[in-house]
Design a protein. Structure first.
Length: 172
């Protein structure tokens, strides 16, 4: 048996309720971008194809009975992530009609109860023992993700619309 633990994944096809897709899907419509609390919660971010490559490395070269942590080496506060997303959409799609940056759409909302302050992964072992490291930096992975969401609105829009009217995944 092999066990892996990973940091927050992001990339194309991520369900629109998660931080990066929800911000990406709000910005073209010029809706507000919600940030919990002060936005100071810290997450380590891992591009989805890097996670898949790490899983292959673990299956092919891992030692049975071992646990491997898979991280992106990309710790950011939630506010830093949202600000970077705003800047990327401004750069790729252009600023708002008013000429303002999408950063002006950031709003702060009450933090969720029990919201963890920090998620982090020490990936030293997988790097040392299996020679795996992420190929994407946070900036390159995020740019690719933003471009995908801008180019694929027909995929995510129905999911986002449905989520706006009913919370998916809850038992009724």
């Amino acid at each position: 048996m092999l066990v892996t633990n990973c940091s927050n994944n992001y990339g194309p096809y991520q369900f629109p309720e998660k931080l990066i897709p929800v911000v990406d899907s709000q910005m073209p419509a010029r809706r507000t971008d919600p940030v919990y609390g002060k936005g100071d919660n810290i997450r380590d971010w891992l591009y989805v194809t890097d996670h898949a490559a790490a899983l292959v490395a673990v299956v092919e070269r891992g030692t049975p009975g071992e646990t491997y942590n898979i991280g992106g080496k990309a710790e950011r506060t939630n506010l830093e992530v949202v600000e970077t997303l705003c800047d990327l959409v401004d750069e790729i799609a252009g600023p708002l009609d008013s000429g303002a940056s999408r950063r002006s759409l950031i709003t702060f909302v009450a933090d969720r109860p029990g919201h963890d302050q920090r998620y982090a992964i020490d990936q030293t072992k997988i790097q040392r023992d299996l020679g795996w490291e992420p190929k994407h930096t946070f900036d390159t992975g995020l740019r690719s993700t933003v471009q995908w969401y801008l180019d694929n609105q027909p995929w995510w829009q129905p999911l986002s619309d449905k989520q706006a009217t009913e919370r998916l995944g809850l038992k009724k």
